[in-house]
Design a protein around this ligand. Sequence first.
Ligand SMILES: Cc1ncc(C[n+]2csc(CCOP(=O)(O)OP(=O)(O)O)c2C)c(N)n1
Ligand SMILES: [Mg+2]
Length: 789
Amino acid sequence: MNAPATLQKQAPSQLAMLRQVERKLLWLSSWMIHQANHVRSNRDGLKVGGHQASCASVAAIMTTLYFEILRPQDRVAVKPHAGPVFHAINYLLGRQTREKMEGLRAFGGAQPYPSRVKDGSEVDFSTGSVGLGVALTSFASLMQEYVRLHGLGTGLPAGRHVAIAGDAELDEGNIYEALLEGWKHDVRDVWWIIDYNRQSLDSVVPDRLFGRIEGLFRDMGWAVVTLKYGRKLEAAFAREGGDALRDWIDDCPNSLYAALTFQGGAAWRQVLLTDLGRSPGVRAIIDPLDDGELGALMTNLGGHDIETLLEAFRTADAAGDQPTCFIAYTIKGMGLPFAGHKDNHSGLMSREQMTAFQAEQRVRPGHEWDVSEGLDVTPEGFQAFIAACPFAARLAPGGRALPAEPVHVPAHLPSPKTAGRRVSTQTGFGEMLAEIGRGEGDLAALASRIVTTSPDVTVSTSLGPWVNRRGIFDRHTRNDVFRDNKLASAQRWGMSPTGQHIELGIAEQNLFLLLGAAGLSHALHGARLLPIGTVYDPFVNRGLDALIYACYQDSRFLLVSTPSGISLAPEGGQHQSINTPLIGMAADRLAAFEPAHVDELAILLRHAFAHMQAPDGSAVWLRLSTRQLDQPARPLDPAAVIAGAHWAVAPAPGARIALAYQGPVATEAFAAFEDLLAEEPGAGLLAITSPDRLHAGWRAAQQRRRNGERGALAHIERLLQPLAPGAAIVSVLDGHPAAHAWLGAVRGQRVVALGPDHFGQGGDIPDLYREYGLDVDAILDACAQALLE
Ligand SMILES: Cc1ncc(C[n+]2csc(CCOP(=O)(O)OP(=O)(O)O)c2C)c(N)n1
Ligand SMILES: [Mg+2]
């Protein structure tokens, strides 16, 4: 193969420098893991772990990328198990401390897998749950385009979104969902570099799989660049006998290739002589090489050959912004004693192996962390090379998170007129958003930063009026054919680069990946957006890992899930949800609410826009319903609604019972409460808007008291204070009753918690509420039981 002109002019010193960096990264990542496991004291006897083989697999790829190809505005998702290589790169760039690296996997130290929240803003995307980080790059690139086409952001040149992916990540279904969605949106500027070591955790990957995968990428409009062999092997293939050698390797099963790699040069020689000894020219290639050289030749794969990588990346760079997949053949554990061994995923070098490796790397004991230790170039030359690489330029003063102006949230949002109407929270939400979309002044400024999205449930979650107003986002302007042909439709779905709704296919993981990416636009693209995603409540489960993942990155968005519970009644069992209130409580960095009435919703929607931007805020989740409710006219304390509960009817001091409700069962709760008052005139009626916030507030107050703040009181503690010490609480929600069961622990009171713990059949509300114990009779029975106990 002829080297292109650019490479022929390549200063040899630059290649030599890159090889030095590669060696340094291999050393530092191996050492970081070694000292965490074998040097640092271990108090609990647990394996610390780390993935030396996975790191070695990508040392050359990451060297080439970070020290030559990447520009500051490019964004990278690093294969989770290459975290130590990433930390080592930042160490070389002066962006990571020795102390943190010595603390790899220890509390406060560098994280096992790169984490935006824990490692800081040098990390563009957290990774760990395989597949998600890869897919996220596609959605982040889409959001970059969104920000650019809306005239927001920094004006920096567009960055490329790069995933360095393990080959087993391609087994995750969410990769293909994202590919399809990316194709629909004509996503550009994405590179996925697959570390094709043909090994996962348990085993060696079947040979034929990647032929299929390559085709899939091409079908989705991607360029595919396969980097199979390095320069040395290509040179050997060009000689007499080279074709036979190439055919032999091409036909060699992955597992045999891996085993021979592990065994080394002598084993290679034996097999090659047996199989190819009589092929003309082959002996002339292999005989002059000693075992070490032969092993090096036979393992000279594209993903370990910096020249090959440079050429491929530069060629793709010059070709433009087409999404590109690089299938880089590699060897897991390359350069380490367990290279190629199928069990090496969690393998660690033994002390003896490390001693030998250290000597081979010419690193003197006590100098393990010295940047220029053991190199073939001067320290000054090495440092100067690093300082001069494009990625060494700073993107933002404090790291890689861009500054972004906050979006002003008006003190009040327009509330729908509810007098004399029965309204569901879902309808209320749709009307409120439409009103914001029509607004002027402050509201217009707010509306301009809202971006909505939905996985094919835009209309059925009441986003239709907003979308009619603000349009659908598309890189290309596309007319609404129905409208142009004057065919009546409630939906006006013109698409343009200024539209503010991103329509997704049904795959819910994509919804959460897009929300995850959109909710990082302030940091990644320098523009604060207020992303809102709507989905049917039960199908939150379908995208749950991606939702947790988005929150784990501290992405900021508003999730609106509707309809919910069994109250969606005739829509059927499969669409009913009972576990989501518990997910809302247990999900970190996600404040979950379920208002019953539209006045509460108005407070919470406003709060969401502010909370999504607050430094100590989070993503927000509103669980809404299609059940229409009479709307009370009443004063409300916004702080109480936001803290999770308020008294709809305050209890008398010393009351023996309170009835608590959440969400659309308010109707039954109000009716039952009327009857209860006849028996217990002092009873209170508590409206719970968020068991999640209530519980979090209670935990926080307990912590404050433990810290010595003896008077600290949680909102729920204050609310329950008027009740008699032995009072009972009957609670009801259209969700799993465990969401309320803890209320009894706040003041040692008895709780009878009502809510469905089974689901799965259609019906109307009277039938279903009776069946699952949410109707007025069930509530009154529970009150009687609670009072008796
Ligand atoms: C969703 C998910 N499932 C399982 C795991 C456990 N796991 C960690 S790495 C790994 C295999 C990774 O193989 P590959 O992507 O090929 O990376 P390599 O180490 O070979 O570079 C598995 C199954 C995980 N991290 N995430
Ligand atoms: Mg692998």
